[in-house]
Write a protein that binds this ligand. Structure first.
Ligand SMILES: *Cc1c(COP(=O)(O)O)cnc(C)c1O
Length: 307
């Protein structure tokens, strides 16, 4: 992947985690810090946007339009990546937009993104041809990036997350939202690897959703894989006190910053599986830190805590 969409992109950093539990179980746990690729366009969102913006630019469109919630990492990343590429960006935000803007939306606006609220009823139909037509009437021609950014170009990008020695690790773990990132990893991982996705949403529907993505994009995984659905903590963007204290503990003891929507739930789930002897002794586990740390400010504001 050439790094044309952002010039300040850094090579991936790997962090070995040394904690008594990991050592006791004879495991090697290495975190690939995709959150450190760039201060603003963190983690998997960089990979998901890369080819989308390339196509938008090549097709001569001057604008991208996308959707997201008020604390969305995708909105945040799109705003910055679009502005870095001289593209205008429109963000359609679910529900009301409260002023003053929260830190996520404030950053997006400071990057030049135009923000428009959309009622929850309308938002549910945002992908209908009717809504799309209305948006085109209102904003003119644009390159559409779906909510969460998952499409063919996103998967082409996330396929490039695993490289080099990543492909020699026994297990690879990743958080799941829409499943786009996981699908890209499945397209790349080797036959002797096992991928574990941790869903941040409540319910088992994500398993068939990932199946659908694989069919739609013609992906036939060589590796084995599993989706863990027990670590949602009440549902998307919900959390519980034990998740918050876990995140605080990991930050202090392992110097690893996590956030409560995705990476915190994944690492909590990983440690639970380690405790339950899910992994054979000697296993090498690669943990993908998919970013999202910009969202911490909003959590701290709303919950009055420090993460
Ligand atoms: C968006 C996001 C995910 C989920 O990615 P999907 O491709 O939608 O599954 C995971 N982690 C972080 C930090 C994210 O921002």
């Amino acid at each position: 992947m050439n790094k044309f969409i952002l010039t300040a992109i850094k090579p991936a950093i790997y962090q070995h985690i040394h904690l008594p539990l990991i050592n006791d179980k004879g495991l090697e746990v290495i975190v690939k810090r995709l959150d450190l690729l760039h201060t603003e366009v963190q983690g998997n969102k960089f990979y998901k946007l890369h080819y989308n913006l390339e196509v938008a630019k090549k097709s001569g469109l001057s604008k991208v339009l996308t959707f997201g919630g008020a604390y969305s990492n995708h909105i945040h990343a799109t705003a910055l990546a679009a502005s870095a590429n001289g593209l205008k960006a429109i963000g359609i935000i679910r529900g009301e937009m409260v002023t003053p803007l929260n830190p996520t939306l404030e950053d997006a606006r400071n990057q030049g993104m135009e923000l428009y609220p959309m009622s929850r009823e309308e938002y549910r139909q945002k992908d209908s041809s009717f809504q799309l037509k209305r948006l085109k009437e209102r904003f003119g021609d644009f390159y559409l990036i779906p909510e969460g950014g998952t499409n063919a170009m996103a998967i082409k990008g996330t396929k490039e997350i695993l490289e080099g020695k990543d492909l020699t690790m026994d297990f690879v773990t990743c958080p799941i939202g829409t499943g786009g990132t996981f699908a890209g990893l499945l397209a790349r991982a080797e036959s002797d690897q096992q991928l574990i996705g941790f869903s941040s949403l409540k319910g088992n529907f994500i398993v068939s959703e990932v199946d659908q993505l694989l069919r739609k994009y013609g992906i036939q995984p060589k590796c084995s894989y599993e989706i863990q659905t027990a670590y949602h903590f009440g549902g998307y963007a919900k959390q519980k006190p034990n998740l918050i204290s876990f995140i605080q503990e990991i930050k202090t003891k392992a110097n690893l910053p996590l956030e409560p929507v995705y990476t915190g739930k994944m690492v909590f789930g990983l440690f639970d599986l380690i405790e339950k002897d899910y992994f054979p002794r000697g296993s090498k586990i690669l943990v993908l830190h998919t970013g999202g740390l910009q969202g911490i400010r909003g959590f701290e504001q709303r919950l009055g805590i420090k993460l």
